[in-house]
Design a protein around this ligand. Sequence first.
Ligand SMILES: Nc1nc2c(c(=O)[nH]1)N[C@H]1C(S)=C(S)[C@@H](COP(=O)(O)O)O[C@H]1N2
Ligand SMILES: [Mo]
Length: 226
Amino acid sequence: MADDKDDEGRIKEKLIATKQKWARDGRLLTGMPGDHRAQRLPPGQREVTNWPVLDLGIQPMVTAKRFRLEITGLVENPVTLSLDEFMALPQSDMVSDIHCVTQWSRYDNHWQGVAASTLLDLVKPTPEARHVLFTAFDGYTTNVKREVFSAPNVILAHSWEGQPITREHGGPVRVVIPDWYFWKSAKWVNRIEFSAVDKPGFWEVRGYHNEGDPWREERYGEVKPG
Ligand SMILES: Nc1nc2c(c(=O)[nH]1)N[C@H]1C(S)=C(S)[C@@H](COP(=O)(O)O)O[C@H]1N2
Ligand SMILES: [Mo]
């Protein structure tokens, strides 16, 4: 983690340890039976109207000069984009809800940026590329299956509600994967790697679920009952 300069904060070891314990204990699981997909609010969530900030204690300063988006691995056409090159790609607008594993949901967020589908057309992942790993400027990583990244509502966003995404929320560019819990949406994204094998990310190796579907309450992996 070469980027965790002092002015960007310190890793919150205690907070990470607490969240890891919650994962072990299965905290926040309602165990509500049935199919909840019909309702907008997933089980165990409550709606908020503010936008909480969650990070590991580091909010990297990613200037336009420093920003690079590398898309690599099992792709026909790997690219490394500057911010200008990223902004010059075809732009999309999307509206989606946020569902955080810590139980808050925020409705109707207006995003602007480059659709995942646009990036997929650009780099052309090979048929073997079943998995995607995101790496961010704070050292954070998170993984999804290729089909999750390929969903039509996935966007690499630079703006929220018509304004550039702030540093605390992951600007200049963050991932938004609305159908999954928000820990899968990497802030300050730096690298997208396509691979044949799954590479679990920061929270996934600390007890979080490898998928993350809010309607199935996929908060934690291998929760021991009781
Ligand atoms: N780079 C990076 N991305 C990250 C995180 C992080 O610590 N670093 N935290 C994740 C978690 S746990 C959540 S809930 C959301 C929070 O995004 P927000 O602060 O914009 O609400 O970002 C996700 N993406
Ligand atoms: Mo989170």
